[in-house]
Design a binder for this molecule. Sequence first.
Ligand code: AFP
Length: 329
Amino acid sequence: MQLLSAYLKHHNTDTELVELIETLMVACKEIALQLREGALAGIHGTTDNTNVQGETQKKLDIISNDILKEVLLDNPLVRGVASEEEDDPVFGNPNGRFLVTFDPLDGSSNIDINVSVGTIFSILEVPEGDAADSVELFLQPGRRQVAAGYVLYGPSAVLSLTTGEGVNMFTLAHTGDFLLTREDVKIPNSTKEFAINMSNHRFWEPAMRNYVGDLLSGSEGPREKNYNMRWIASMVAEVHRVLTRGGIFTYPWDSRDPQKPGKLRLMYEGNPMSMLVEQAGGRSTTCYSDILDVDPQHIHQRVAVALGSSEEVETLMRYHRETPSVIQQ
Ligand code: AFP
């Protein structure tokens, strides 16, 4: 089985980008170890701190954030990092070539119940010109990403990675190496599996209620086939299922906070997952347009997400085109 770095070099991936990805994996291996220790190391549970999202930080949110920040900023290739757990970007080598955004531990509300969580990352290049250290450097549309991926900490630790030439998966071996286990991953165009937090049904747009209603009507309804449902409450685990066997995952706009376009974060959830899904032949949208074309206005911006099997996502978008919207005035 091929080592991660050997595979990337063999496919002529930029050598500095390979080095940066290897640096990210050093941090993710340490996080995998911490997670495995879990309650034994007394690192389950919450802290008294609240992050910029207004969420209570878990002990492991902070531990994984500190590991990633330290390891990345130690690498002179890194100009700056932005994290779900940091109010503002943190800068390193002023001559660094890359910017990294990350969700250090996605799905952290699942840690204490021992359900899969993950680290999601997105890599951008510093725009041309000698701009000073500022958040503006990061505010680039998702199409500008040079690489994106996640490490899923589940029964095994699996890296899903794209550098813009398809998606490959690497599994963490007991030797500490990430070894190639799935090459050129493709998402099936159609599916019978959907994932949405049904408890938010009354807050959705009419289009989303109609779309999900017809899924639930199954073979007796206009979709003429039966659908099954999943909800893990870890986007990284949901997207891994979609990459592995197809499906549609959505966290749409809802009226609980009408000013917010959605719950999930554009720069370190929406964009990296969208690059992976599109590179695997799927679609990733706001329900109205492609997420990778969204022009970011701030680093913790939220976005509505509907991604997965292309035919199913296009059907969801058709429902949104054909039903009057309460947000798309
Ligand atoms: P946490 O990281 O706070 O657990 O949130 C996870 C998440 O951002 C995403 O991974 C899930 O898909 C989604 O939120 C779950 O949201 P609900 O708790 O509303 O189902």
